[in-house]
Design a protein around this ligand. Structure first.
Ligand code: BV8
Ligand code: ZN
Length: 256
């Protein structure tokens, strides 16, 4: 399918708008690029570094045990940054799609910043958990605690049992929550179109979802400021540009 850029933009945008306007069930798969215009770092862009470390090196159980203070400083910074953010118009477009579009719409996000729910999306699957709460690293059985300014006042935060706390996110090398994963795959197996927004398509099993749609010959509309491994796939309509601008334009074109 065509890629946006100059005169072809209308063709790609019109194709995408028709797909979205005619769908009965839509899955919107989002990654760090959805939050980047709201100021949250991505993982792999040039802003994906943090104090000379790659994000992937920090989001691991080993890093948390080896240097809990550093990893918690990184999460605290991301959490506090995301708390200040107002979701950009791309989030509002997805809320409108869910509430006013004709299709049953579910957001399946890899992001842990909670911005989709904050924007008002109601049906959100958080594949990698969220930074809302933290649990005992040694699973002593204590209930999860809310991550707030008080908890972050002393890093790393500890469980009443004395062990370290860990954010309730899925770290690299850890399995995803069974129920979220199963629901995401079930929705991907039934949707009529999948929007893939702001993801580099590198982290599995989340990255398997768009492939599942393409294997079923379900069209994928990719919104990204760059190309990814699926951009040139014949089943993909690629809309080149930032989510905060492209998504509102897509909904306007679809008359939603
Ligand atoms: C698992 C939560 C199995 C934490 C995250 C070797 C060792 C161990 C594991 C592996 C290994 N090799 C492969 C693996 C599997 C691994 C994996 O896929 N690794 C990758 C790096 C190769 N996966 C896992 O470990 C998963 N677990 O496999 O477990 C298992 C099973 C049973 C029992 C035991 C184990 C767990 C993966 C989840 C990790 N946690 N997040 C946190 O957030 O801190 S992943 C984290 O990184 C994000 O959640 C997200 O998923 C990922 C970042 O990717 P993206 O979201 O795509 O972001 P990225 O920065 O890469 O790209 C941004 C994109 O946006 C770009 O394309 C850019 O062009 C675009 N963009 C930028 N600005 C905009 C934009 N687009 C539009 N508009 C803009 N404005
Ligand atoms: Zn404990």
């Amino acid at each position: 399918m065509t890629t946006a850029g100059g005169g072809a933009a209308r063709t790609a945008m019109e194709q995408a708008a028709t797909l979205v306007g005619e769908a009965g069930a839509i899955v919107v798969s989002t990654g760090a690029g959805m939050s980047s215009e709201s100021g949250v770092r991505t993982f792999r862009g040039r802003d994906g570094w943090w104090r000379e470390r790659r994000a992937e090196e920090l989001a691991t159980p080993e890093a948390l045990r080896r240097d809990p203070r550093l990893v918690w400083e990184w999460y605290a910074e991301r959490l506090l940054a995301s708390r200040e953010l107002t979701p950009h118009p791309g989030y509002d477009a997805l809320v409108r799609l869910e509430r006013e579009g004709g299709a049953r719409t579910t957001v399946v996000t890899q992001n842990v910043d909670g911005l989709h729910s904050r924007a008002g999306s109601r049906d959100v699957v958080e594949l990698h958990g969220s930074l809302r709460s933290a649990s005992c690293l040694d699973r002593c059985g204590e209930a999860p605690v809310t991550i707030d300014g008080e908890l972050l006042s002393e890093l790393p935060p500890r469980c009443p049992c004395g062990s370290l706390l860990r954010p309730d996110v899925v770290l690299f090398g850890e399995p995803l929550p069974e129920d979220s994963l199963r629901r995401a795959f079930r929705l991907a197996a039934k949707c009529d179109v999948m929007l893939v927004v702001g993801t580099s398509m590198l982290v599995y099993p989340a990255a398997a979802l768009p492939h599942l749609a393409l294997e079923r010959s379900v069209p994928v509309v990719e919104v990204n400021t760059d190309a990814t491994s699926i951009t040139r796939h014949p089943g993909v309509v690629h809309l080149l540009g930032p989510a905060g601008e492209v998504l509102p334009e897509l909904l306007a074109e679809a008359g939603i």
